[in-house]
Design a protein around this ligand. Structure first.
Ligand code: ZN
Ligand code: ZN
Length: 362
């Protein structure tokens, strides 16, 4: 596959010219990875019309050369990355106004800009690179598809080993071992296994509760491949499902299908969210769907765009988003079904293949 990085950099430079800054200090590691390929955990990147310089430390000396190639000049900074910035900036011709990423700079580092960097004119920027990252290219889509395949294979391998008596944490451990076995290079987040009444907590962590027959078992997890994440939720019943469990499950399943099928380029995140919300609301469970419909996935497990009541931005072609409606009844339990969906010019393509029908675990 051809190197996509020069085109990404060129697009960013166009944006910089429009934003009226001479250079951008990139401090988001995901953004640095997107522009240069560098996957380490310590770096700053400075991009101007002429230069693109990546600063990292000695731990990454071998890795950085390998990953970055010709996409940036690399400087291994022996003291601190910030010292590197103060040595670098005066050498860049014509750089006076420098943008920084307002969502990715902690206050202590902002103080540095005002103190050591007082000779430059600092301008806050937002989402310059994130906006570009919303639309995935074929290589990125292939990585996400692979991360989905790995997650699905892991879930298939883990399910036969999940039974009553295990704690949620143990069940999550079984799944995470299978994620590694299937080739996941990391976990995008700590896998969630929430059982019984705890499945009603939309962001439960796996805990000490033991799985019990009759429980909903909600599993929310993902894999990482070449830095790209998948994010999937399935809800099972341990043993035979009750009528009430089936009723709630079917509503969430239908809300998921309707929202996935309705996604279109140009639709706002608000409109997408509304498709699932109106359906759930009409059946009397509107109050029980307290979170947003979904979010973009890519190098980060939560990235632009958002599909939510307040997300005014239109969805772009190439976006990969989660569709994750849920119904949560406190003290009783909850259901969430989450798929990963690619938005193409011809409409939505659901990338998740794991069956959505209610499955009773033995
Ligand atoms: Zn999830
Ligand atoms: Zn999600």
């Amino acid at each position: 596959m051809s190197d996509v990085r020069p085109a990404r950099l060129a697009l960013l430079r166009d944006q910089l010219a429009r934003t009226d800054v001479d250079a951008l200090l990139v401090s988001s590691l995901a953004n640095i990875r997107y522009l240069t390929g560098f996957a380490g955990s310590s770096a700053l990147l400075v991009v101007s019309a002429r230069d693109c310089v990546l600063l990292t430390d000695f731990r990454y000396e071998a890795q950085v050369a390998d990953e970055v190639g010709a996409s940036a000049q690399v400087r291994i900074e022996p003291t601190s990355l910030w010292n590197g910035v103060w040595l670098l900036l005066p050498t860049l011709a014509g750089v006076e106004r420098v943008g920084f990423e307002s969502a990715h700079l902690i206050h202590r580092d902002f103080q540095r800009l005002l103190e050591q960097g007082s000779r430059w004119n600092w301008r806050p920027t937002s989402d310059l690179i994130e906006a570009q990252r919303m639309s995935k290219d074929p290589g990125e889509i292939a990585n996400i598809v692979r991360a989905i395949e790995i997650a699905e294979r892991a879930l298939n391998s883990a399910l036969p080993a999940i039974h009553a008596g295990l704690t949620e944490t143990q069940a999550a451990g079984i799944l995470e071992l299978e994620l590694r076995n299937a080739g996941s290079e990391a976990y995008p987040f700590a896998s969630i296994v929430a059982s019984g009444p705890r499945s009603a907590l939309p962001h439960a962590r796996a805990g000490d509760r033991r799985l019990t027959r009759g429980d909903f078992v909600l599993v929310d997890f993902g894999a990482v491949y070449n830095g790209y994440c998948s994010d999937i939720t399935r809800t099972f019943v341990l043993g035979a499902a009750s009528n009430e469990q089936r009723t709630i499950y079917d509503i969430v399943c239908e809300a998921n299908a309707r929202a996935s099928g309705a996604l279109r380029v140009g639709m706002t995140g608000i409109a997408a969210d509304r498709v699932a919300r109106e359906y759930i609301d009409a059946l009397g469970f509107g109050e029980a769907f307290g979170h947003s419909l979904g979010h973009g996935i890519g190098l980060e497990v939560h990235e632009a765009p958002r599909l939510a009541k307040t997300a005014e931005a239109p969805l772009v072609r190439g976006a990969v988003v989660t569709i994750e409606p849920g119904i949560y009844k406190p003290g009783w339990g909850g259901v969430r079904i989450e798929d990963d969906v690619l938005l193409t010019a011809d409409g939505p393509r659901v990338l998740t293949t794991f069956p959505r029908e209610l499955r009773e675990l033995s």
